[in-house]
Design a binder for this molecule. Structure first.
Ligand code: COA
Ligand code: AMP
Length: 647
């Protein structure tokens, strides 16, 4: 199907140009940021045949985010608003104040030997010091890798071993509702388990929990900052990495998504107006954790590069202190755009279905609610739209892209949203639906969602020190395309519907996790012969994982015992966020005759969805056994299948 859009409109014009003349289009956009040296070429391929943007350009991303604005009239404008209901704090930083802090902390890192090309791991809650650490790395040309604070030590150590940081930056605790979560024991365990040992751990002591320091290795964040001299921005190449962000793949080894400096800055700057419709000086709020891609792109880099004030929220949509927190923040800080995950809206809806809290606030500043991280179900879409009386915009992207691939580009021209669709392809992304053979499907046929190469600037150029995995994971399956890992379809009007992952990745409360990794862990249990971990529908979290295990012959462990073991194991190894709460013992797993486990069908059974029994199935009777096990435990919607109705 032709994804170039036919009708004449500002969106269609811009989109078509971005596809037919990517160099002209992005060359122009590159003119919107301040380079030390302008790129010599817009689009090139490197020696491995991978596309690269803005060859020869020299810039510094922290300069664009802070110094540029200080030098160009925004020194006294608010850059960052830290709003933390869990610590009862609201603190605002001007561009000048924030630049000065970042420059000093960069000096502190330099005093520890951190320089251009070195890696630094940041394992922190959502606090200004996390953003300062990210930008301080960028200032030095060092490469940061933020690890989500909700991850357990095992996940941290895997990332430390891959990124090999010189320094790790952390804090004494995070805060979950009213619970203080000490980070230092997690950090210590992660670093004692990792083969790579960073030279130093810089620890911010928060007043709520004191971290014991390891002499020699551990350094106090505040002392270091107080003794540091500010340093200047270090020019880097457009192709130099700005950060690595690990994301779940289909195995226990996360993928190190690399973000370069040049393409990233150009794409993010462009997206702020074109996709989100915001101007410099506006207040933009991405209610995300700094550990996720949204937290990188739209909490830190894009709003600052665009000269906005960004809101850094340390709290939850509910119970910090109530379901009105989001509306209070929008009113108090005059937020123009809120970007959050549908799960956050569902959490508010669950606690306040009639929107009573919203009535306490006036939100004239709010123009749009953008949602991403998982598909926005129509019920949530309509509830939010009715409550807020502003356009609710579902849009689709991935850690890999770093910015939206499908959206409603309200800055160019707002099209009517369709509930359940993420909108239309964003400029630069030629989105197509392919069948197994890589042929393009016609409208409304569901298949693999792929993006024709080259991907626009800002998308991952490769995986950290692993070009081969990059090629195999994304480019090999459909030559000439980037395979997204999602399934979906495009309707006759060009609207894209993303229907879910076609691999072993799930989204739990907007957190991307690997069921493949969980399977590796579950199968390491001594009583387990084989297993499958599948993501089933969860009303609040979107999805949650459950395990189906076949015991080794002669094992007598009860279902309750093994469930307890596996729940603790996943919690300890991945973290509580995985929300693995159920494991069932089954006699057999459904497989094809060639031995492939039929996970999708089990998911359909658990969700009460219709499914077709593949002709290649080894023994269809197993499906009835799985269904009965789920129904007997009252898990998911298996009860909806009264007699294993198939289509
Ligand atoms: N650090 C440590 N632990 C964390 C954590 C973090 N950053 N985030 C979550 N957890 C823990 C929780 O405390 C909870 O622990 P428990 O089992 O001991 O109670 C567990 O992980 C499960 O958490 P969650 O699934 O988040 O449930 P919840 O009841 O705590 O909160 C929501 C539910 C919907 C309010 C919450 O998931 C939420 O705010 N989601 C939105 C997430 C989001 O915006 N994602 C966007 C990424 S783009
Ligand atoms: P992450 O890399 O954590 O951003 O997760 C990316 C994945 O989340 C995508 O591959 C999708 O499966 C899912 N996702 C994100 N946004 C949407 C959306 N708007 N609609 C449907 N799925 C989405």
């Amino acid at each position: 199907m032709e994804t170039k859009t036919k009708s004449f409109s500002p969106y269609a014009e811009a989109y078509n140009r971005s596809i037919t003349d990517p160099e002209g289009f992005w060359g122009e956009q590159a003119g919107q940021i301040a380079w030390y040296e302008k790129p010599q070429q817009v689009l090139t391929t490197d020696e491995k045949g991978f596309y690269r943007w803005f060859k020869g350009g020299k810039l510094n991303t922290a300069y664009l985010a802070l110094d540029y604005h200080v030098e160009n009239g925004r020194a006294d404008q608010t850059a960052l608003i830290y709003d933390s209901p869990v610590t009862d704090t609201i603190r605002k930083y001007t561009y000048r104040e924030f630049r000065d802090l970042v420059a000093r902390f960069a000096g502190a890192l330099r005093s520890l030997g951190v320089g251009k090309g070195d890696t630094v791991v940041i394992y922190m809650p959502v606090i200004p010091e996390a953003v300062i650490a990210m930008l301080a790395c960028a200032r030095l040309g060092a490469i940061h890798s933020v690890v989500f604070g909700g991850f357990a030590p095992h996940e941290l150590s895997v990332r430390v071993d891959d990124a090999k940081p010189k320094v790790v930056i952390s804090a004494s605790c995070g805060i979950e509702f009213d619970k203080h979560i000490p980070y230092k024991p997690l950090l210590d365990k992660g670093l004692s388990d990792s083969k790579h040992k960073p030279q130093h751990a810089v620890i911010l002591q928060r007043p709520y929990v004191h971290a014991d320091m390891l002499p020699g290795r551990d350094l106090d964040y505040m002392e270091l900052l107080q003794n540091a001299e500010p340093v200047d921005c270090v020019p880097v190449d457009a192709h130099d990495p700005l950060y690595i962000l690990y994301t779940s793949g289909t195995t226990g080894k996360p993928k190190g998504i690399v973000r370069d400096n040049g393409g990233h800055a150009v794409a993010l700057k462009y997206s702020m107006k074109a996709v989100y419709g915001v101007d410099s000086g506006d207040v933009f709020w991405a209610a995300s954790d700094v550990g996720w891609a949204v937290g990188h792109s739209y909490l830190v880099y894009a709003p600052l590069i665009h000269g906005c004030a960004t809101v850094l929220f340390e709290g939850k949509p509910v119970r910090t202190p109530d379901a009105g927190t989001f509306w209070r923040i929008i009113q108090e800080h005059e937020v123009k755009v809120l970007f959050t995950a549908p799960t956050a809206i569902r959490a508010i809806k669950k606690e306040d279905p009639d929107g009573k809290y919203k009535q306490k606030y006036n939100l004239p500043s709010l123009k749009y609610l953008f949602l991403a991280g998982e598909r926005c179900d129509p019920a949530t879409y309509y509830w939010a739209k009715d409550l807020l009386k502003v356009p609710v915009i579902d849009h689709w992207w991935q850690t890999e892209s770093g910015w939206p691939m499908v959206a409603n580009m309200v800055g160019l021209e707002r099209h009517t949203s369709k509930a359940g669709s993420a909108g239309k392809p964003v400029c630069g992304y030629q989105v197509e639906i392919l069948n197994e053979e890589g042929q393009e499907l016609i409208a409304n046929q569901e298949g693999y969602v792929a993006v024709r190469l080259p991907l626009p600037p800002g998308c991952l150029p490769t995986l950290w020190q692993d070009d081969e995995r990059f090629f195999k994971s994304y480019l090999e399956r459909f030559p000439g395309y980037y395979m997204t890992g999602d399934g979906g379809y495009i309707d006759e009007d060009g609207y894209v519907y993303i229907m879910g992952r076609i691999d072993d990745v799930i989204n739990v409360s907007g957190h991307r996790l690997s069921t493949g990794e969980m399977e590796e862990m579950v199968s390491s249990h001594p009583a387990v012969a084989e297993c499958a971990v599948i993501g089933i529908a969860d009303e609040l979290r979107g999805q949650r994982p459950i395990g189906l295990v076949v015991l080794k012959d002669g094992q007598t462990i009860s279902e309750a015992e093994i469930e307890q073991d596996l729940v603790s194991m996943i919690r300890e190894k991945i973290g509580a966020v995985a929300y693995f709460r159920n494991a069932l013992i089954v006699k057999r797993l459904p497989k094809t005759r060639s031995g492939k486990i039929l996970r999708k069908i089990m998911r359909n059974i658990a969700d009460g969805d219709h499914y077709a029994i593949p002709s290649t199935i080894d023994d269809p009777a197993i499906l009835t056994e799985i269904h009965d096990c789920l129904r007997d435990r009252n898990i998911g919607n298996a009860f909806l299948h009264k007699n294993l109705n198939t289509n």
